[in-house]
Design a protein around this ligand. Structure first.
Ligand code: NDP
Length: 240
């Protein structure tokens, strides 16, 4: 065992002001951890330490980490959750529609993880959790950009595992299916019905159902799991 986890860890969740990110932050908070979130707009949720940051801007990520380190100490658990969609059929998708989604979801995670790894390597412990999507491996019409960004996170976690595994750092992917948040509220009703029909569980999930899994994969109990893709999708993507 190379690791002695502190009882209350310094946790940072990007895009933790709403949706799945907020549920993840609350789950760690309930665990007794010192939780910080980044937010781009709106307010900092009650009781959390919030720093403004945009994952498309490396300087803003660096400043956010510096502020969190000053408040809570070096980040031991990082959850790269911030993400966007810009759905469009391939032939209508402009290059900017593609690259802007990659820049937030994939390059954004790279910026966050790179900054987090500096401290984790020194600590010789760390947990990296990347929030992907069932769509990353299952595919989805109209989401060539989003699916490419989310499947890229799998290669990222596995490469991180091979590069940093010997330093007590794990890197895993959590791949939610359809979760009730602002992101899925934007789906047209017939699309929503179509998805519901194909989900074995027959329902969308609550953000808290993703949050519990993220908390667990970042826990000491999961210390020998790395490079894994954990679906939280009601069975939608079985066989990935
Ligand atoms: P929401 O749209 O509810 O929230 C997205 C979050 O990401 C917000 O906090 C938003 O900040 C933040 N964000 C977006 N762009 C940036 C940026 N450039 N810099 C910093 N923060 C940013 O989404 P969900 O909660 O539904 O999704 C969270 C994650 O889970 C995403 O990565 C998403 O792809 C993934 N996911 C969601 C699923 C679902 O069914 N909902 C299914 C599978 C995966 P702000 O409030 O400022 O806009």
């Amino acid at each position: 065992m190379t690791e002695t986890p502190s009882p209350a860890r310094s946790v940072l969740v990007t895009g933790g002001n709403r949706g799945i990110g907020l549920a993840i932050a609350r789950a760690f908070e309930a665990n007794g951890d010192r939780v910080a979130i980044t937010y781009r707009s709106g307010e900092v949720p009650e009781g959390l330490f919030g720093v403004k940051a945009d994952v498309t801007d490396a300087a803003s990520i660096d400043a956010a980490f510096t502020a969190v380190e000053a408040e809570h100490g070096p980040v031991e658990v990082v959850v790269a959750n911030a993400g966007v969609t810009k759905d469009m059929l391939l032939l209508r998708m402009g290059e900017d529609d593609f690259t802007s989604v990659i820049n937030t979801n994939l390059t954004g995670a790279f910026r966050v993880v790179k900054r987090a790894a500096k401290g984790m390597i020194k600590l010789r412990t760390g947990r990296v959790v990347l929030i992907s999507s069932v769509v990353g491996l299952y595919g989805s019409p109209g989401q060539v950009n989003y699916a490419a960004s989310k499947s890229g996170l799998v290669g990222m976690a596995r490469s991180l595992t091979r590069e940093l595994g010997s330093r007590g750092i794990t890197a895993n992917v959590v791949a939610p299916g359809f979760i009730d948040t602002d992101m899925t509220a934007a789906l047209p009703e017939d699309t929503r019905k179509g998805y519901l029909a194909s989900i074995p569980a027959g329902r969308f999930a609550a953000p808290e159902e993703v949050a519990g899994v993220v908390r667990w994969i970042a826990s000491p109990e999961a210390g020998y799991i790395s490079g894994a893709v954990i679906p939280v999708d009601g069975g939608l993507g079985m066989g990935h």
